[in-house]
Write a protein that binds this ligand. Structure first.
Ligand SMILES: Cc1cc2nc3c(=O)[nH]c(=O)nc-3n(C[C@H](O)[C@H](O)[C@H](O)COP(=O)(O)OP(=O)(O)OC[C@H]3O[C@@H](n4cnc5c(N)ncnc54)[C@H](O)[C@@H]3O)c2cc1C
Length: 316
């Protein structure tokens, strides 16, 4: 049996030629030559050191909820970080919550609510892992990871480092981790005691809003980042409704709608009719179908508005 396969088994559960469509919320993606599920942070560090030492190509996957894996798959090692069953309430002390990167964001939010803490209720509707959420500075209009994170621990070139919030260089759906190869291992959220706040009600309202505004099905959430108005010149802004200019961002979904792409189809991929910034796999869509739709939308928006859209979804 293959030597690499045997060694990888020391670190977690290994599968060969595993279809990535089984591990992404889009349900799209060809096979990973090696697929390792690691549910322990120490083992993860050992694995990363091994892969770096051997010069093996690898990529990371959390919940696969912000990822479009290509049809040809990945010829190296896909490391799936998954500690979702390991959220431990003992890790909450004085409103400081320690979480392993592979814990589910939804479960983390639910546990902080149960512990009577406020600040992270917005996480109840965001799929995926805390590590993925930190990398992308996930959030909703009323909160994002950068508002809650005190510090995090990362693996960088064989070393374990602790980074402060400022050192994460958060921006709108952006962080230093989108521009380097750090692996987020552990995260500390600084929350507050939720005295006099009905936390469950707040969480319910977030979920209710999602249910009313977002489509159900195989998707990776928003495909494009909303467009910050400050990046646009006055001539372009003349075509944009005042309410978005006042809020400082143009919703990408609105632009998609304006150029008539809501409901557009390519193969089995479709732009949602419910929310213009969601693309759906209607069953058997290829990554190429989604990429073709992405390009069509970008071209139409650029031609009509002179605005360049950038992907929020990670295409790997
Ligand atoms: C229905 C739906 C609704 C959504 N709503 C929202 C929303 O409201 N707000 C929002 O911001 N997003 C939203 N998303 C997108 C997605 O849920 C978030 O971006 C989420 O935080 C991604 O986490 P993940 O673990 O699934 O990341 P993955 O898709 O697994 O990975 C994304 C990227 O992060 C990298 N990565 C993963 N883990 C680590 C780690 N530990 N260290 C370093 N890099 C890592 C991966 O290599 C990849 O490049 C939604 C998605 C869906 C399907």
């Amino acid at each position: 049996m293959n030597e690499l396969y045997q060694t990888l088994k020391k670190f977690g559960k290994v599968k060969l030629d595993e279809p990535m469509s089984k591990h992404t919320t889009f349900k799209i993606g060809g096979p990973a030559k090696y697929f390792v599920i690691v549910d322990d942070t120490d083992k993860l560090v050992e694995l990363l050191k091994f892969l770096d030492g051997e010069g093996e190509d690898y990529i990371l996957l959390g919940g696969g909820s912000n990822t479009l894996m290509r049809d040809e798959g990945y010829r190296g090692v896909v490391v799936k970080i998954q500690n979702s069953s390991r959220f431990n309430r003992n890790k909450i002390q004085n409103s400081l919550v320690e979480i392993s990167a592979g814990c589910s964001t939804v479960a983390t939010a639910q546990e902080t609510i149960k512990a009577g803490l406020t600040g992270f209720e917005w996480g109840v509707g965001v799929p995926g892992t805390i590590g993925g959420a930190v990398r992308g500075n996930a959030g909703i209009p009323s909160g994002e990871m950068k508002d809650n994170l005190l510090k995090c621990e990362v693996y960088r070139d064989g070393e374990i480092l602790e980074l402060s919030n400022a050192e994460c260089e958060f921006g709108y759906r952006d962080s230093i981790f989108k521009h380097n190869t750090d692996v987020i291992l552990r995260v500390w959220l600084k929350l507050e005691q939720g005295t006099n706040i009905d936390l469950q009600k707040k969480a319910f309202e977030y979920i209710d809003h999602r249910n009313k505004t977002q489509p159900k099905g195989f998707t990776a959430g928003c495909v494009f980042k909303n467009v910050p108005c400050k990046t646009l010149d006055a001539k372009i802004l003349e075509k944009i409704p005042q309410e978005y200019i006042e809020k400082g961002k143009i919703p990408a979904g609105w632009l998609v709608d304006q150029v008539g792409m809501k409901g557009a189809e390519q193969g089995k991929a479709k732009v949602s009719e419910v929310h213009g910034n969601f693309m759906m796999n209607m069953g058997g869509a290829r990554a190429q179908d989604v990429c073709d739709l992405v390009e069509k939308v970008k071209e139409k928006v650029y031609t009509r508005y002179g605005i360049e859209l950038y992907e929020e979804v990670q295409i790997i």
